[in-house]
Design a protein around this ligand. Structure first.
Ligand SMILES: *Cc1c(COP(=O)(O)O)cnc(C)c1O
Length: 348
């Protein structure tokens, strides 16, 4: 089976043997406060720093999901209000979750062909700015986050990078909180997420001093200093993350490959009008590198889905209002070249 679904997505093929070795090594039954488990946690954190070029002063935590990160940011890093700038379903969901926990949120929506910029925001003081680096639902991305960092140096900037972290190089200094669940670009089974915090985020959490919840950020932080977790964690996924990170090259190498592949996908789609297909997003400045949305008439999309299904290939469905007029293709590192070639053959 070949899948281009943008999450849960194709896992690295080596996962099969590492699941087996986790079982044989007894990893699945170890105590989460044992030295073996602390070693796995420590090593996964160190490898994440190394492979993804995360600055050493940034802390890395493992939590359950990206959705959990949305709540942690509202609970532990926001006093009054978060500001949400988004153009798609995941950014909107984040604003909704934050809205349930906070007195106030400010929501600003922009278009899929528009380049997100600080000029879209009220030039008042922003406490927490919430951005979705890669909007999985409509295959757009915010390429340059540094403009936000420059415009709001005092704010906490939180970035949902669920469908890009592990696929493209990210400029960590542009954000204070970064997070991604592992079942997308990181090519692992679902059930865990990575959360990365700047020293300023930890300072802000200390000021706010939220300790009401099992997943209050300070509580998580204090456990992770000892390479322990605030609850029994997904040890299997931490083990698998270790194994995969150990094998893959540095993110700068992966990022080059992913961007080359996305360029090739967009070129392919720009010349595929004769098959009745084109890109949902036209602006090359907002097109995602890791998720590609393909548009066509409902009949064409239906026909493509049937043809790919017969060939044993799963595509990502369109999302929301584009459900029947688009499909999505994940361009994640676990997907192999022969799979891309095969899909292009069928589409052509
Ligand atoms: C998939 C996704 C999420 C939700 O991830 P969960 O692991 O289900 O919490 C959040 N944000 C983005 C951008 C996503 O693609």
């Amino acid at each position: 089976m070949i899948t281009f679904y943008p999450g849960p997505s194709k896992v690295y093929p080596q996962i099969a043997k590492y699941m087996q070795s986790a079982f044989e090594e007894g990893i699945l039954s170890i105590n989460h406060r044992s030295p073996e488990c602390m070693d796995i946690t420590q090593s996964a954190i160190q490898l994440l720093h190394e492979r993804l070029n995360i600055p050493h002063q940034y802390s890395v935590y493992f939590i359950s999901s990206a959705t959990e990160a949305w709540e942690i940011i509202a609970q532990s890093l926001t006093k009054e209000k978060s500001t949400h700038l988004y153009n798609g379903a995941f950014g909107e969901k984040w604003a909704e979750y934050a809205g349930k926990l906070l007195k106030q949120t400010e929501n600003i929506v922009f278009g899929i062909e528009e380049i997100a910029s600080p000029a879209m925001l009220p030039q008042l003081e922003i406490e927490v700015l919430c951005l979705t680096q890669n909007e999985t639902s409509n295959a757009t991305q915010i390429k340059d986050l540094s403009v936000f960092r420059k415009a709001f140096p005092e704010s906490i900037i939180a970035v949902d990078a669920t469908s890009s972290l592990g696929g493209i190089s990210l400029n960590w200094e542009d954000g204070d909180v970064w997070f991604a669940s592992v079942q997308k670009c990181l090519g692992l089974p679902a059930g865990m997420a990575v959360m990365i915090c700047s020293p300023k985020a930890i300072e802000r959490a200390t000021e706010i001093n939220d300790r009401k919840y099992y997943n209050s950020l300070l509580f998580i932080h204090e456990n992770f200093i000892k390479f322990q977790t605030h609850y029994t964690p997904n040890v299997l996924n931490m083990y698998l993350l270790n194994k995969i990170l150990y094998e893959i090259p540095n993110i700068s190498t992966i990022s080059k490959k992913i961007k080359k592949q996305s360029k090739s996908w967009y070129e392919f789609l720009n010349t595929s009008e004769k098959f009745g297909l084109n890109c949902l997003v036209q602006n090359i400045e907002t097109q995602s590198d890791t998720v590609i949305a393909v548009q066509g008439s409902e009949e064409t999309i239906q026909a493509v889905k049937e043809r790919t299904k017969l060939a044993g290939i799963t595509l990502g469905n369109g999302y929301g209002k584009w459900k029947n007029s688009t499909f999505r293709i994940a361009n994640f590192p676990a997907i192999e070249e022969f799979e891309i070639t095969k899909l292009k053959e069928i589409l052509g």
